[in-house]
Write a protein that binds this ligand. Structure first.
Ligand code: AKG
Length: 345
């Protein structure tokens, strides 16, 4: 009798071939040869001096504006997050995915609306093709509302992840202020527009894959939220769409990758674009990535900033609640376009 394993991690190590439910159609597969031949990447921005009231800040904000306009993505150095906090986060995540299956399964759910859950692929309830990924998803703000739901094994999990979440929140607030200014808006404009904001995190675990040319860890998608701050381990896999080509973001130690999400595209009235990205998998090495998603409050009314609407640039979007947008995203599945067209004016 075969036992059905709900999680990929436990199945993957027994396989020599990718099961048929993970195989993408021929015209939608990663091109691994191209991946190794490209040396383009996204801009790296040094945040040192961001809080100074001098030309440093102006310079950094200009670099952010250019990166958001041309790439929708950038990497940051000198971000102010202590190395120890990052190391603890990475180590405890590894330990979690190394726990026995029975222990990890205590957190399992396929309900996308659960605020703490371990799951696999993207949305098992709606998708036809599976993705080569397990993930632990956690809501992180306000911490005291969620921390008691988080795994209590490994024993330091809650403490290490809480420390990391607090650092991510501080960093997200600084970045969102800078992005606001880069659009010519008041520093606090975006943080006010998104109301009592939320913060979610995923720990993505991509086990080694026997045939990485047939499947994705995550197929092309844009992020529905405000900004995402991503930490990746030393195994490449993230690719970003730039001028119709997939650019690999090679891991750089002590950096985070930042991308603007659909809600910044809306607030900026399409000045900034929320860009498609995807995760490839590797035949030999496990890959881990840890995105922090900074989100509007579910009841926040999202719309273009009035200052960015004029006769040359009429409003591109109707008003909608983030709750509506988020549900549309999860129910629609990951696809090659954002859900933004469903909210066009
Ligand atoms: O693993 C990565 O590098 C990308 C992860 C991602 O895009 C996501 O979790 O939405």
């Amino acid at each position: 009798m075969t036992t059905i394993k709900p999680l990929l991690t436990d199945l993957a190590c027994t396989l020599n071939h990718v099961p048929s439910n993970f195989i993408r159609p021929i015209d939608d597969r990663p091109n691994l040869e191209f991946q190794s031949s490209t040396n383009d990447s996204i801009p790296i921005i040094d945040l040192h001096g961001l809080e100074d009231d001098d030309s440093n800040r102006c310079q950094i904000i200009q670099s952010i504006a250019q990166a958001c306009q041309n790439y929708g993505f950038f990497q940051i150095v000198n971000h102010g997050v202590p190395e120890e906090v990052v190391d603890n986060m990475v180590n405890v995540s590894k330990e979690f995915f190394n726990l026995p299956e029975s222990e990890r399964m205590k957190n399992y759910s396929d309900d996308p609306l659960k605020t703490t859950r371990l799951s696999t692929s993207f949305n098992l309830r709606t998708e036809n093709i599976s993705n080569w990924r397990d993930f632990l998803r956690l809501h992180c703000h306000p911490l005291e509302d969620y921390v008691h739901e988080w795994p209590s094994n490994p024993p330091s999990f809650r403490e290490d992840v809480a420390e990391y979440s607090k650092e991510m929140r501080k960093l997200a607030l600084r970045l969102v202020e800078a992005i606001s200014e880069s659009l010519g808006l008041e520093k606090n404009y975006i943080n006010k527009a998104i109301g009592k904001h939320g913060q979610h995190m995923a720990i993505n675990y991509y086990p080694p894959c026997p045939e990485p040319e047939l499947t994705y860890g995550l197929p092309a998608h844009a992020d529905p939220n405000v900004i995402t701050i991503l930490l990746q381990n030393d195994v490449p896999g993230l690719q970003v769409l730039k001028d119709a080509k997939w650019v690999t973001v090679s891991p750089v130690p002590n950096t985070f990758i930042v991308n603007i999400g659909d809600q910044i595209q809306v607030i900026s009235n399409d000045k900034y674009k929320s860009v498609l990205h995807r995760a490839l998998v590797n035949s030999e090495k496990e890959r881990m990535s840890i995105p922090t998603f900074y989100c509007p409050s579910p009841d926040a009314i999202m719309k273009p900033a009035p200052q960015l609407i004029n006769s040359d640039h009429p409003a591109q979007y109707i008003d909608f609640t983030y709750d509506d947008y988020y549900k549309t995203f999860w129910n629609g599945g990951l696809s090659k376009q954002t859900c933004l067209h469903m909210f066009n004016a």
